[in-house]
Ligand binder design. Structure first.
Ligand SMILES: Cc1cc2nc3c(=O)[nH]c(=O)nc-3n(C[C@H](O)[C@H](O)[C@H](O)COP(=O)(O)O)c2cc1C
Length: 162
């Protein structure tokens, strides 16, 4: 893999917020320093500024569906920094609501993932990614569904068991 892996401490959290379209509206200090960008470069930028090519598109599709359906979602994500380094996170992404229950934005709090979890996630993502390269998004989703079916768990059970 290109670039160096960056890490952070177990007791640290990488936090960002977006508007409803996924443009960054806030990042904590660690979010900014890990990214390699300045706060000015990050604010109002689409969150895919950190997108790493090893992430299957179908993971983000599922993530957006969940949060637009007013649900929370957990996901393992590899991010790419401005210098083309990378770092893995375990993200908890949630919608934020106004007093009427309308979505006004999204919030992600990320912890350091454990290595055993990544040893399960990395081969899964690799297989989803190669399926997507041949059969597009639907093929990636199918890989994930097949893996979950084989383990007889749903996505949440799987992701929270790692
Ligand atoms: C609150 C929030 C946080 C997000 N954090 C990340 C992130 O850290 N890295 C990332 O690649 N995408 C993140 N996304 C997803 C991006 O918006 C985007 O869907 C993803 O990067 C894929 O980009 P693409 O759809 O342009 O291919 C986040 C979305 C939301 C709503």
């Amino acid at each position: 893999m290109a670039g160096n892996e960056l890490t952070f401490n177990d007791n640290e959290f990488i936090v960002s917020k977006t508007d409803t379209a996924g443009k960054i509206t806030y990042g904590n200090e660690l979010f900014i320093s890990m990214s390699g960008y300045t706060e000015d470069e990050l604010l109002h930028a689409p969150h895919n500024i950190l997108r790493h090519p090893d992430m299957p598109a179908s993971v983000f599709k599922m993530l957006w569906k969940r949060i637009n359906d007013k649900e929370e979602v957990f996901a393992y994500v590899i991010n790419k920094t401005k210098e083309n380094d990378y770092y893995w996170v375990f993200a908890h992404v949630t919608p934020s609501f106004d007093s009427r229950g309308n979505i006004i934005g999204f919030h992600s709090v990320r912890r350091k993932p454990n290595r055993e979890a990544l040893s399960v996630i990395q081969p899964l993502y690799r297989s989803m990614l190669s399926a997507e390269k041949i059969g597009g998004m639907a093929a990636g989703e199918k890989k994930l569904t097949a893996a979950l079916d084989q383990m007889k768990v749903n996505y949440d059970e799987f992701i929270l068991s790692l």
